[in-house]
Design a protein around this ligand. Sequence first.
Ligand SMILES: [Zn+2]
Length: 253
Amino acid sequence: MTNPIYGKLDSIIGHGPDGKSYLGQDDFVEVRHRNIRLAFHVRNRLIDLARLLGTIRRILEKLAVDLNLPVPEIEIEIFQDKTEWVERHTLINEAELPSWIQGDSGRVIRIVMDDEKIATLEALQLMITHEVVHFSLHRHVGRSLPAWLDEGLAVFCSQNLPSSYADELSRASAGNALLSLEMLASPFTRMDRGTQRLAYAQSTAAVEYIVKKFGWPLVREMLDACRRGESPEHALKQKGLNYYLLEKECLRK
Ligand SMILES: [Zn+2]
């Protein structure tokens, strides 16, 4: 390990099979850098530790600046396959693995590498960014956050909407088959793939519209409303907006 990043870490712990003192190819290592704990397999060739730590720091800083979210202690574990992910998992079962992202964001962010969607470091960075947004929002706001605001922010902060999702949105818009934001308040996990793509696309369009038209302060007020157990629609009303208008306005080109 000659990469200079290792000299800056607070600790590296190897979890090998026989308690040996060097890091072997099969080891699951755990590194700490200030508020971040990152665990991964040494054999995972995609891991570039310096860039991943940078990715995590960047999104945490963005959330602190734009949304005033406190910087949390964050734990991320990166597994090689779904079996290993399920074994470590304590919060939800395999059937609930989200399709959008091969990971989840309970107490620990757990990511699975077994999908062709994670073929590059960039894909892994995108996924980690997406999950860190969920993690920070859940920590700060709690579970009363509607799914559309949660997913919309996670996608908007991490990437451009993939074209297959944008296509689904255009088709639904042309065919008057859009979902209502009330419907999108519940998690998208039980939807079929096409509806799920539409749900993500509509949620992202709504968040994008709010941020571009009114800026981050309105998003902050929506999150505060959720924290108080109110609907984020309360915060929209001071701008003369409601869910119905938001559904229409955010799709206007
Ligand atoms: Zn998500």
